[in-house]
Every structure is written in structure tokens, then in C-alpha cells.
Design a protein around this ligand. Structure first.
Ligand code: SAJ
Length: 417
């Protein structure tokens, strides 16, 4: 069977994208390396937490338009939605790791036919769409000359970065404006037509390299702005002022809109993507690099605050509320909350009770050593001497003041301020 679209990678972006195309009449195949994910999706279920995604995936699978599998198939269009992490290595600047994209390209290469459109959705360093083309053509050369082997000119390549916000992904997938940048004008046009299937936002066309940098710039912009808020929180701690009140007051100015400080910046995007720009242009990026430094330094500051509070107790019990990288999701990637709890456990600061409503078992990094317990909110609040808010999950917002009486509160998100 030939599909309209083959989406490679059924993660946070690939699964919703595959499902939305399927519910708009496209025959979609989800190519996924993890057989467990394939099984889950083919059963109409989901393996990630995202509001209403379960309903969308069920509808897509029940319609017969979405099928998942581990083998590459033929399709008119291939959408690459695999991770692009970074490697810390020994260098000062973490380097982007595009190996998942390369593997995805080599996996689909033998199935790509003349006239096909290959879209890179993964956030990528500038120039990656050109590499996608090169990897696919290289792999086709390796597998031997095929009678239907397409030359570069027969294939269309474009970068269409995803811009959706985890937590409100489904709505943003449809309504956000979309940037579409092809390696050729024909590729740009083909990609624009494809996204018009479901996208109600404006579709903005450009070239692939500009599209790549635009996506990185958006996330670096947010990182720099959060760093400003985090720096203000350090200044306020030093001067014994309330940063939340300060920001609220400053934001009454018609042209000031300061973001919120927190325990640090997490997730697989904002904490990662700015490094792709620094890596590409190290001499031009002192501001982006400094922002990364401020945000990456914030967990250490929180650990120091907790240690200072713990030193006032003989056998401190510390409740850490939240492990995810932000509110109301289950994603622990690059989570500052996780880093803080891991550090407190490593330093044996006290008995650590963690509340994370979106998980049922602790991640291995915390489970090792048995120093951290995953408990429910009432139990943690009852037992704790020190309560540390690391994530502003909904259930934490409604904690009554009386439940905190007599306890030391370190509220990194300002939910009780
Ligand atoms: N954060 C703060 N203070 C704030 C806002 C966020 O400390 O005022 C923290 C969060 O707690 C979290 C981190 O920053 O740890 C990132 O959260 P986020 O909500 O700002 O962003 P992400 O990573 O969930 O999603 C971002 C979005 N990019 C922008 O808003 C420019 C999203 O649109 C992108 O699609 C996504 O990255 C991505 O996949 O690149």
C-alpha cells in the first residue's frame, strides 16, 4: 500500500502531526523504531501526556487513516519528526546531535521515489535540510543504482519547523502560523500546499536556511527573556525583595512584559536550541550564551536555598513538588526540577519526598540509591519540614495555607506568593 504521508518518529510532534493529517483525510503511516509505541498507537492509545491527544489519536486510528509500523513504506511525502538533542562533550559549547535525522534519512532512502516531498520538522541547525538531501541521495547510491533512482532535481526538500507549545499542542498545531522553507521554490510550494490541509494560521514561505534559523531564534529569544526574569530573581534574593511583586509592578508599564522566573529552564527545546546558534556562530553570540549560563545556573541557586533551610533541622524532611520541566505535562527532559532533586539526593540533604502527579515510578536517576520517595501530595505536605515548589502543576496551586503552617516554603514558581 502506498501512503500519502509517512511520518518518521511518533513522539511529541510526530504523533499529533500524523493524527491531524489522518483526521483530515490523508492516509498516514507512522514509522517508529520503538515497537511498544507502534503497538500502543495501533490500539488507538497514546504513550505521552498531552491534553486531548488521546481523542485525536483514537479518531485517526479508528478512521483507518493512521497506521504505525517499524518498517519504512512508500509515500508521497515523508515528514521527519525525530529528536535533535545536543552532546555536552568536553567542549564549552554543546554541539547539536543530528544523528537521529541522519538515521531517519537512511531508513527511508530506499522508499523515496521521484517527485516525493521530504520535510524536516525537527528543530535543526542551519544547513540540516541540505544534509537531509545529501544523506538520502548518498544512501540511495550505497544501496545500488535503482532503475527509478531519483536525481536531486526529482526530489523536493523543505524545512517546516514545528512551533507548538507542549500543554496546548493540539490547538497550536492548527492555529499557529507556520514557516515553510524549501531548498527550491517548487519544494516550498509543495510543502505549503500540504500544511494547508489542516493549518488555519498563515503559512509563511522562505528558504530552508532562513526557516531553520527562524525556529532557533524564536526559542533563543524566549531563553534570553526568561534569563532576564531569572536574573531579577537572584537580585531580589540578594536584596531581600519579592521578585513576583516586582515583576507584576514593572509589567504595568505599557512596553514591559517580563516573563516569570523559575528553578531553571528545561525541556528539549528552549534549553537546547540556543546552543545550535552559539555552535554555528560562536563569535557573535555573547548574549545568547550568557542567557544560557544564567538559566543553567538557577538550579544550583535553588539547591543552595534548600541546603540553607535544611541546615536548621536535625533530620529534615523535604517535600519537592514537581519533577516535570514545566506545568501540567509529564516530560522530564532537561528538567531543572529533576536536576535539583538529583543534586539534593547526591548531597544527602535530608529525607526527600517527591510529588509528581504525572508519573507512577521515579526515573532511574532518582530511583538509584533509594534516597528519594515518590509520594502523594497530602502525605508529602503532612511529613515535610521544608516544602519546595519546583513545578506549578495544577494540584499544587490549590494547596491551603493551613497545610503549610510551621513549614519552610521555597516557592521557585511563585504560586503561593
Ligand atoms: N519558563 C520559565 N519562565 C517563563 C516561561 C517558561 O521559567 O516565563 C520555563 C518553563 O518552566 C520551562 C522552560 O522555560 O522549563 C520552557 O518552557 P516554555 O513553555 O517556554 O517552552 P517549551 O519548551 O515548552 O516550548 C517552546 C516554545 N517556544 C516558544 O515559545 C518560543 C514552543 O512554541 C516550541 O514549539 C517549542 O519550544 C519547541 O518544540 O521548540
Amino acid at each position: 500500500m502506498k501512503y500519502d504521508i509517512c511520518v518518521v518518529g511518533l513522539g511529541y510532534i510526530g504523533l499529533p502531526t500524523a493524527s491531524i493529517f489522518a483526521t483530515h483525510g490523508k492516509r498516514v503511516y507512522g514509522l517508529e523504531v520503538n515497537p511498544e509505541v507502534v503497538k500502543t498507537v495501533n490500539a488507538g492509545k497514546i504513550h505521552i501526556v498531552e491534553a486531548d491527544l488521546d481523542v485525536l489519536v483514537r479518531a485517526a486510528v479508528q478512521s483507518g487513516n493512521l497506521v504505525a509500523g517499524t518498517e519504512a513504506v512508500e509515500a508521497d511525502c515523508f515528514i521527519l519528526a525525530v529528536p535533535t538533542p545536543f552532546q555536552r562533550g568536553s567542549s564549552q559549547v554543546p554541539a547539536p546531535d543530528v544523528s537521529y535525522i541522519e538515521r531517519a534519512c537512511r531508513t527511508i532512502a530506499a522508499r523515496v521515489r521521484p517527485g516525493n516531498l521530504v520535510i524536516l520538522e525537527s528543530t535543526s541547525p542551519v544547513g540540516t535540510t541540505e544534509k537531509v538531501r545529501d544523506w538520502i541521495l548518498d544512501e540511495r547510491r550505497k544501496v545500488g543504482a535503482s532503475p527509478r533512482k531519483p536525481a536531486t532535481a526529482d526530489l523536493l526538500f523543505a524545512h517546516c519547523p514545528e512551533r507548538v507549545l507542549p500543554g496546548q499542542l493540539l490547538q497550536e498545531l492548527v492555529t499557529n502560523d507556520r514557516i515553510v522553507g524549501g531548498l527550491t521554490p517548487a519544494a516550498t510550494t509543495a510543502a505549503r500546499r500540504l500544511y494547508e490541509t489542516f493549518c488555519t494560521g498563515e503559512i509563511l514561505t522562505t528558504d530552508a536556511r532562513t526557516a531553520e534559523l527562524a525556529k532557533l531564534a524564536e526559542n533563543a529569544y524566549r531563553d534570553v527573556n526568561i534569563a532576564f526574569a531569572n536574573e531579577l530573581s537572584l537580585i531580589c534574593a540578594e536584596l531581600k525583595l519579592n521578585v513576583w511583586e516586582l515583576i507584576k509592578l514593572a509589567n504595568h508599564h505599557p512596553r514591559v512584559k517580563i516573563l516569570q522566573p523559575g528553578p531553571g529552564v528545561g525541556g528539549h527545546c528552549i534549553a537546547v536550541d540556543p546552543w545550535f546558534i552559539v555552535d554555528a556562530a560562536p563569535r557573535c553570540t555573547p548574549l545568547i550564551r550568557a542567557a544560557r549560563g544564567v538559566n543553567d545556573g538557577k538550579p544550583r541557586h535553588v539547591v543552595a536555598q534548600v541546603k540553607a533551610a535544611a541546615a536548621r533541622h536535625r533530620a529534615p524532611v523535604i517535600a519537592c513538588l514537581g519533577l516535570a520541566f514545566k506545568a501540567n505535562i509529564d516530560d522530564l527532559r532537561e528538567s531543572p526540577a529533576l536536576e535539583i532533586v538529583r543534586e539534593l539526593a547526591a548531597e544527602k540533604v535530608g529525607r526527600l519526598l517527591v510529588v509528581e502527579p504525572h508519573i507512577t515510578t521515579l526515573p532511574p536517576v532518582l530511583a538509584r540509591g533509594g534516597r528519594v520517595e515518590l509520594v502523594r501530595l497530602p502525605e508529602a505536605l503532612r511529613a515535610a519540614d521544608i516544602v519546595v515548589v519546583l513545578v506549578n502543576h495544577r494540584p499544587f496551586l490549590v494547596v491551603k495555607k493551613s497545610a503549610l503552617a510551621g513549614k519552610t516554603v521555597i516557592d521557585t514558581r511563585g504560586i503561593w506568593s
